[in-house]
Design a protein around this ligand. Structure first.
Ligand SMILES: [Mn+2]
Length: 399
């Protein structure tokens, strides 16, 4: 049986990184529904991320996206985060928004475009030097819409060359997280479509390159926990982008669509003793909150990850391994399901049912009961920022 105190301790020590872009306005390509009081500046996004950390106690860093979070002085921004009780996390690059990238960024047939894209990756490492960030997160929208549009193999060569330049620019504990995505915006072929492609490039690059698994970036029915298990065994799992999907890259709240899948993923993490910050996996969220209030949605996502983790920690591994060794199919499956079906919410509460979370060693609260955050705080924040609604630059309004 799991030691409940050890489980609580592991949950307190878990770290989940929030994404700056989740705090801003977002929508689909059809409409961005602006919300009052959303952050207008990187500083305001950091302040909102700090609010999530105050309520949960396990989200002490926020990932930035360049150029959306571009500022003149990144050291100052880092100091600002520290004053708010958090730190700056992964630096995400953007080589998908400029007109130049219509036919690709680092894999573009035009060497001048490739140069521009690669220079952006190098600029991101310069920023990491100033923010103290460890992780350079790379996602390439590069791909093709039509067979014959460009040479599949040459594009891999160009990708490898750009990755090599970025890799060679890393210093200290800095590392590359290479994300993959099955399709979109390219519909025929994507240059980094799956974990195998990402893994192969990371192996070629060296030990400072690891794979980032975005849970929304697979074909329906993909067994993501197998990928997790495989990459852990190879020492090549660097990070998660957690979110939920029903159909494609839906970017819904983590654990909302398929909490069982999230549990199965977290079981593989626990199984590999890879939960601690020291192990080095960056557990990030990558979400957009189009119709729901953003800070409470991010708090709920963090708590959903914590719930899945708590259930994974409750798996009686000795009994499970024994049942597996004995070939007892029903017993083994039953042991896993027993853990999944346990109500772990009491483990995550800092106080009596419904009490608001307080920072401190025993914090933790179900996000669905945060009236203070939902109403009073959100209203004050909106009044303070007086509705100058910045629209999310990525998913901006389109016809
Ligand atoms: Mn992602």
């Amino acid at each position: 049986m799991a030691d409940l105190n050890a489980v609580k301790q592991a949950l307190r020590e878990q770290r989940i990184e929030t994404p700056s872009w989740a705090f801003g306005n977002s929508g689909t390509r059809f409409k961005v529904f602006a919300q009052a009081g959303v952050p207008r500046t990187p500083e305001e996004k950091i302040a909102d991320a700090a609010t999530v950390h105050r309520f949960t106690g396990v989200a002490p860093s926020v990932a930035l996206h360049i150029p959306w979070d571009k500022v003149g002085d990144y050291s100052k921004l880092s100091d600002f985060a520290a004053e708010n009780g958090i730190r700056l996390g992964a630096i995400n690059t953007n080589v998908f928004q400029d007109d130049d990238y219509k036919l690709g960024s680092v894999t573009n047939p035009d060497p001048a475009v490739r140069r521009k894209a690669t220079d952006h990756l190098l600029e991101a490492v310069d920023i990491m030097d100033q923010t103290g960030s460890r992780d350079l997160k790379l996602w390439f929208s590069d791909g093709l819409n039509y067979p014959g549009q460009d040479d599949l193999r040459l594009r891999q060569d160009r990708l490898a060359a750009a990755l090599r330049e970025a890799y060679d620019r890393l210093s200290g504990d800095q590392r590359i997280l290479l994300e993959y995505k099955l399709f979109e915006p390219a519909f025929y072929a994507t240059d980094v479509p799956d974990w195998g492609t990402s893994y192969a490039h990371c192996v070629e690059l060296g030990p400072k390159a690891t794979v980032c698994i975005d849970t929304g970036h697979h074909a329906p029915g993909t067994n993501i926990e197998f990928i997790v298990s495989f990459l852990l065994r190879q020492g090549k799992l660097g990070a998660f982008d957690f979110n939920s999907r029903f159909y494609a890259d839906d970017d819904l709240m983590a654990g909302a669509a398929d909490p069982f899948q999230l549990f199965r993923i977290m079981y593989e993490i626990v199984r590999a003793d890879a939960l601690t910050p020291e192990y080095g996996i960056n557990f990030m969220l990558d979400q957009c909150h189009n119709i729901e209030a953003k800070i409470p949605a991010i708090i709920r996502s963090v708590m959903n990850v914590q719930e899945a983790t708590a259930k994974a920690l409750l798996v009686d591994r000795d009994a499970l391994f024994a049942a597996q060794a004995a070939g007892d199919v029903l017993e083994a499956n039953g042991i896993l399901m027993d853990a999944y079906n346990t109500d772990v919410r009491p483990l995550l509460r800092g106080g009596p049912r419904g009490e608001r979370a307080r920072p401190g060693p025993d914090r933790g609260v179900p996000a669905q009961r945060l009236p203070g955050e939902d109403r009073g705080r959100a209203g004050r924040r909106a009044a303070g920022r007086l509705g100058r609604l910045s629209s999310h630059p990525w998913r901006s309004t389109a016809p």
